[in-house]
Design a protein around this ligand. Structure first.
Ligand SMILES: *Cc1c(COP(=O)(O)O)cnc(C)c1O
Length: 346
């Protein structure tokens, strides 16, 4: 099956001439120049200049760690912006559709709504696996993107490699694998397979394992051709100077983050063991992420009780297949102890 990227791009985007910012037209080569081209304030305060629209330093660093090229990377103001750009580049409002697999991350549906794109929902199976046959049956000539999240939020499991490969091989649109929780997973990343599948896109975020949710930095890795298209439509200065600087600094030393991930994984195992002893916890779902989804006797009631004792958890009961479930993020050992104490007191 031949993959035709050009066919997938919205017509107005195909012909679009991107905004050319001052920083696109003249890029500093490090020599001392006088910059009076962008109507910035000339008074130095660390942020008086526009940030690099292509975030070259940051991309070079990220590319190195995955043996990719900066041309395979798009950065955004959180992965939510990255996901929105995918809609806007490829999905024609009121015409095209995408496929999502609930229960999953809520933003895909919201973004489809904002962009006036039909969201075809194909439920996961009872064991939270992909129903690949039904997904492919839902595809028509207007299906541009399949969004899947692995490890999945809120269920916590990673999807079978075979299933995802089957979709990649049998779907002529784009398949986005959202790897927001990949740092907690035993399953490998899809980044290593970008060269193998021209329709594969991988999104990541610095909001979870990397501890920078407040910074707003999301990443999309894909073929150079796909990234070129997304780059044409992104706001010129979508990743601000402070974010670029701080992320650059933090990515250079990941020792602390790795320690934190290890602690979260140890705590996750411990929590699973402790939760299993609680009588009203009916099921603990397997997790490859930094949270645990559990089925309880009465989620609304337990949510309220836990809240009244000062702990905020997530009630996922309104999600399909998730009736009476609560989602617990793994906190510090002390926070986890607090949760256990609260749960045991009910
Ligand atoms: C938390 C989360 C994100 C993060 O989005 P940001 O905008 O980068 O903070 C993305 N995808 C999933 C599935 C998530 O759970």
């Amino acid at each position: 099956m031949k993959f035709d990227l050009y066919r997938l791009v919205r017509e107005n985007i195909r012909g679009l001439k991107p905004y050319s910012s001052a920083r696109d037209e003249y890029t500093s080569d490090g020599s001392k120049m006088v910059f009076i081209d962008a109507n910035e304030s000339p008074y130095s305060n660390g942020i008086n200049r526009y940030p690099d629209p292509q975030q070259r330093q940051l991309k070079t660093l990220l590319a190195e760690s995955f043996s990719l090229s900066p041309a395979n990377i798009l950065l955004g103001n959180g992965s939510d912006e990255v996901l929105d750009l995918i809609f806007r580049a490829f999905c024609e409002p009121h015409k095209d559709n995408v496929i999502t697999m609930p229960p999953t991350y809520g933003m895909y549906k919201v973004l489809a709504g904002i962009n006036a794109i039909e969201n075809r929902e194909v439920l996961l199976t009872e064991s939270f696996e992909l129903d690949v046959d039904r997904i492919l049956e839902s595809v028509n000539s207007k299906t541009k993107v399949i969004f899947l999240c692995s490890p999945n939020n809120p269920t916590g499991n990673s999807f079978s490699v075979k299933h995802i490969e089957y979709l990649l091989n049998n779907f002529q649109g784009l398949l986005v694998v959202d790897e927001a929780y990949i740092d907690f997973a035993t399953q490998g990343s899809w980044l290593n397979k970008l060269g193998q599948f021209p329709n594969l896109m991988v999104t990541r975020t610095f909001s979870k394992a990397y501890g920078m949710a407040g910074l707003r930095l999301g990443v999309c890795y894909a073929s150079e051709n796909i990234i070129t298209i997304l780059n044409r439509i992104k706001p010129p200065y979508n990743v601000n100077e402070l974010t670029q600087r701080k992320a650059f600094q933090m990515i250079q030393n990941t020792a602390l983050v790795e320690e934190q991930i290890a602690e979260i994984l140890t705590e996750r195992d411990r929590m699973i063991g402790q939760l299993a002893k609680i009588s009203y916890v009916k099921e603990i779902y397997p997790t490859d992420a930094n949270f645990i989804l559990v089925k309880v006797d009465d989620a609304d009631k337990r949510y309220q009780e836990i809240l009244e004792l000062g702990v905020v958890v997530r009630n996922r009961s309104t999600q399909p297949l998730c009736y009476n479930t609560l989602r617990f993020t793994i906190g510090t050992p002390e926070e986890n102890e607090t949760l256990l104490k609260v749960l045991n007191s009910l």
